[in-house]
Design a protein around this ligand. Structure first.
Ligand code: DQA
Length: 146
């Protein structure tokens, strides 16, 4: 089973970016723990970060063609602005799980609305890097039941 993990803008700065909100782990730390969990379960993960809306959209389009079963996405600030990412996800047939490191509902009101949530099968917010692992765990367990 193949999973695409997509990280949106500014998440390349994790570790040094507002660590009081986003934690001290780097994006590599997060991706490595995902790769490890996937490998233990015989799953295949591809992780990608882009600061560009179009880069994320291109990756979602590629996922339609290459047998990707699910997308775990933290669209970062595009969560709150991007109809284009929502449209791309609507054209993808697999599962979609939206992850946010911080609890967006506890923050500024402009972070309370998510376009991506209109498509997501599940949403995890506020669990820090654990949220990504919880998303992967849910995908693995639901595939095992199917
Ligand atoms: C974020 C929350 C967004 O509001 C913010 O723009 C981000 C990160 C999170 O993971 O908590 O860049 O998606």
């Amino acid at each position: 089973n193949k999973v695409l993990v997509l990280h949106g803008p500014n998440l390349n700065l994790l570790g040094t970016r507002q660590p009081e909100i986003y934690g001290h782990e780097t994006l590599d730390d997060i991706n490595n723990s995902l790769y490890e969990k996937a490998a233990l379960n015989g799953w295949d993960i591809k992780a990608l970060q882009s600061n560009h809306e179009g880069g994320l959209i291109d990756a979602i389009h590629a996922a339609r063609e290459d047998g990707t079963a699910a997308i775990i996405i933290n669209p970062a600030a595009y969560t709150h602005t991007s109809v284009a990412i929502l449209d791309a996800l609507n054209a993808f047939d697999g599962k979609v799980i939206e992850v946010h490191l911080s609890n967006v509902h506890k923050r500024e009101s402009f972070r309370h609305h998510s376009y991506v949530s209109l498509r997501a099968d599940g949403v995890i917010a506020g669990l820090g890097s654990q949220g990504y692992l919880a998303a992967l765990d849910a995908l693995i367990k639901s595939a095992a039941k199917a």
